[in-house]
Design a protein around this ligand. Structure first.
Ligand code: AMP
Ligand code: DBH
Length: 559
């Protein structure tokens, strides 16, 4: 295939949203010919599901139940009302909901009229939300009604900063705001509107964990995202009897589409929603709702295992526990089957695309010690060293990937794209990975400058930028510190202007005035006079990481 040029592709773009990079035509043709891309919009998927199993229950949340037929009907009504708010094909809207049936009704209403939801997390705060809003020139912002956190105030703050936001919509009632999501779903006499999206266009934006600065927006098309969850649902063995528990935020790619809730809908099963990943809450639901599948990050898996070891609960309905988002320690992986009584499926995925799963019938050794096989025969994987050269087969190298559901570029990010993608369109995952003779991948670590706190990806640069605004901080370097519970936590090395220490409480108080998500707060601070430097004079993060690792080791030994 001819070399891929970002510039010419952008110019020759015909049907993709401005600011997104399409697959070159010859790749698109191959992906269609091989049946990965089927030309069915996500909105049309829901019509098909409702026609196939109208009275089956699609979603359960507490006392609420939604059949596929209701789901489809509500999505139509909401689509029509969103249209009346003058939300149009290709308009972007910020969606920041907790796990609620209305999250799904909303995104499918959007898919129908071509409005593109930006799936942000409940933990994001004003700094991040204002960034997403201004980058995308979002027209609306949807938040939960107030419970433990005042999302309405957050949204109002963002709207003040970003004038493109015309509407705030609340999932509930709030006297301060005009639009209530439940009321917009109530049937009215207005005329139904036709589906307005096309399968090759962008359906939704996911967020990257981010390597530099704020999380990037990841455009996923109807075609590619459908393949993502359809193929995943086969590999995870979903069918009509699947009862899937979503405890992670469903705006994340893992519980949404890997195979997640959308994979359940594709197979006609039932999604049970919860906002409580604690073992107590989850075990109760697994027992009561006869849950068959669920997905968690390693931190949660560890807590569940510890709790199941000491407490009797009936988890007999559980067939598969999927664990992904961060490296699962082998010792923990080994306990899943004996302690929880279900199969483990490791998932190594990324919102940018590539997904890998251990197969349900892999032998136990492979399941506990690898992160699985890519899902598609046309996932092209390369493993390279720091110079970008191919490493010998089986050796660890940075994983580069290209394929039918892996993006060719982030939204509106030409400079970052020039670094994050090779000229011929491979995404540089930043993960150091090796491939076993069986084809299974083993994730060794990360080349990128990020902290993975139990699955939450935190950009070191992002935290540094906030800290550098502190009047007493001269310089800050953020690295991961290994941690038994979370895998990694945020550790900051600081140089203060007066040379005197600065504690975590002061740092936390400062970050809270900047409206930064709490999971980004440093949990270890080290005062230094100067940073170690590389021979070109950059801060040597590698040695800072080693120092942090040593601190963590010393702490463990003294505990
Ligand atoms: P993101 O690009 O923000 O969606 O985050 C994806 C990243 O999470 C991957 O590139 C890996 O660094 C990490 N990750 C996801 N799943 C796993 C896993 N099973 N084992 C190790 N790292 C993982
Ligand atoms: O960490 C991730 O982003 C992730 C993990 C598992 C993911 O995007 C996925 C599965 O789809």
């Amino acid at each position: 295939m001819p070399p891929f040029s970002t510039q010419s592709s952008v110019r020759s773009r015909c049907s993709l949203l401005k600011g997104c990079i399409p697959w070159p035509a010859e790749f698109a043709a191959t992906y269609r010919a091989k049946g990965y891309w089927r030309g069915e919009t996500l909105g049309a998927h829901l019509r098909r599901w409702a026609a196939e199993r109208p009275s089956a229950v699609a979603v359960i949340a507490g006392e609420e139940q939604l059949t596929y037929e209701d789901f489809n009907g509500h999505a139509d009504t909401l689509a029509m009302h969103l249209g009346q708010l003058r939300l149009r094909n290709r308009d972007r809207i910020l969606v920041q909901l907790t796990n609620s049936p209305r999250f799904f009704i909303l995104i499918f209403a959007c898919f129908r009229i071509g409005v593109i939801p930006i799936l942000t997390l409940p933990a994001h705060r004003e700094s991040e939300m204002a960034h997403f809003a201004s980058l995308s020139r979002a027209s609306a912002y949807v938040v939960p009604a107030n419970d433990r956190f005042d999302y309405v105030s957050l949204a109002r703050g963002v709207r003040q900063r970003v004038p493109s936001i015309r509407h705030l919509i609340v999932d509930g009632d709030d006297e301060r705001e005009l639009f209530s999501l439940p009321r917009l779903m109530k049937p009215s006499s207005s005329k139904a509107i036709e589906d307005q999206s096309t399968a090759s266009d962008v359906a939704l934006f996911l967020l990257s964990g981010g390597t530099t600065g704020y999380p990037k927006l990841i455009p996923r098309t109807h075609n590619d995202y459908s393949y993502n969850f359809r193929r995943s649902s086969e590999i995870a063995g979903f069918d009509e009897s699947t009862r899937y528990l979503a405890v992670l935020p469903v705006s994340h790619n893992f519980p949404l589409g890997s195979p997640g809730a959308l994979g359940v809908f594709e197979r006609g099963g039932t999604v049970v929603l919860s906002n409580d990943p604690s073992s107590q809450g989850a075990f109760k639901l697994i027992e009561r709702q006869r849950i068959t599948h669920t997905s968690v990050v390693p931190t949660i898996a560890l807590r569940w295992i510890e709790s199941a070891e000491t407490r009797r609960t009936d988890l007999s309905s559980l067939r598969v526990l999927q664990v992904g988002g961060a490296r699962l320690a082998e010792e923990v992986a080994r306990k899943v089957r004996p302690v929880l009584g279900c199969r483990l499926q490791q998932v190594f995925g990324m919102a940018e695309g590539l997904l890998n799963y251990t197969q349900l019938d892999d032998d136990e050794e492979t399941i506990v010690s690898s992160q699985g096989l890519p899902i598609c025969p046309d996932d092209e994987l390369r493993f390279v060293n720091e110079e970008g050269e191919e490493v010998p087969s089986g050796s660890p190298g940075e994983l580069l990937v290209r394929g039918p559901y892996t993006i060719r570029g982030y939204y509106q990010a030409p400079e970052h794209n020039a670094r994050a993608f090779t000229p011929d369109g491979f995404y540089r995952s930043g993960d150091v990975v090796r491939r076993l003779p069986t084809g299974h991948l083993v994730v060794e670590g990360r080349a990128k400058d990020m902290i993975n706190r139990g699955g939450e990806k935190i950009s070191a640069v992002d935290v540094e930028n906030h800290l550098l605004a502190h009047p007493r901080i001269r310089d800050a370097a953020v690295v991961a510190i290994p941690d038994r519970e979370f895998g990694e936590r945020v550790c900051v090395f600081i140089i203060t202007r007066d040379g005197a220490p600065l504690g975590l409480p002061e740092i936390g108080a400062f970050l809270s005035t900047r409206q930064v998500a709490k999971f980004m707060y440093p949990e270890r601070v080290e005062l230094v006079d100067a940073f170690p430097l590389t021979n070109v004079g950059k801060v040597d993060k590698k040695s800072l990481r080693q120092i942090a690792a040593k601190i963590s080791l010393d702490r463990e030994q003294t505990e």
